[in-house]
Design a protein. Structure first.
Length: 150
């Protein structure tokens, strides 16, 4: 059977991930390798608030993987991922062979998001916000003046 490269995006339980950073990602690697696959990239994509609650969770960890696997084993992998504790959602896509090298290269060298940057941005007040409150008409006039002066 032909072996294809797949991209997997997994939303992990942020509480379980926070307790043990390696446990759930290691389970994902084991699921792929137990089926004769090869993990090419396995990394944190992002940790953020979800658009809507998933299995009662409002926050999730997005985990990105690229792996080689025989096409007939994919349905078995998907079933096992659904049963894996700590995985809220999963999406696995077959990658076009012409794009494999570029995507894997990009994913393996992309920096992981730094939680410190988010906290720093939250602690700084946004420009133009805060200070004394203006009347509705005054705000509009000051904005027009700023645009004309710039």
């Amino acid at each position: 059977m032909p072996i294809h490269v797949y991209e997997g995006m997994f939303i992990l339980d942020s509480n379980k991930y926070a307790k043990n950073h390696a446990e759930i990602p290691d389970k994902l690697v084991k699921l792929v390798t137990d089926r004769g696959g090869e993990m090419l990239v396995n990394r944190l994509w992002n940790e953020q608030k979800l658009a809507y609650p998933v299995k009662g969770h409002r926050k999730g960890v997005y985990w990105l993987t690229y792996f080689r696997l025989e096409g007939t084993k994919l349905s078995e992998l998907n079933e096992q991922v659904k049963l894996t504790d700590g995985v809220l959602r999963a999406l696995v896509l077959k990658i076009d062979p012409r794009l494999v090298d570029a995507l894997v290269e990009h994913a393996s060298h992309a920096p992981a998001p730094d939680a410190g940057d988010e906290k720093e941005a939250e602690s700084k007040p946004a420009e133009g916000k805060g200070g004394e409150r203006k009347e509705r008409g005054e705000r509009g006039e000051s904005r027009r003046r700023e645009k004309v002066e710039a």
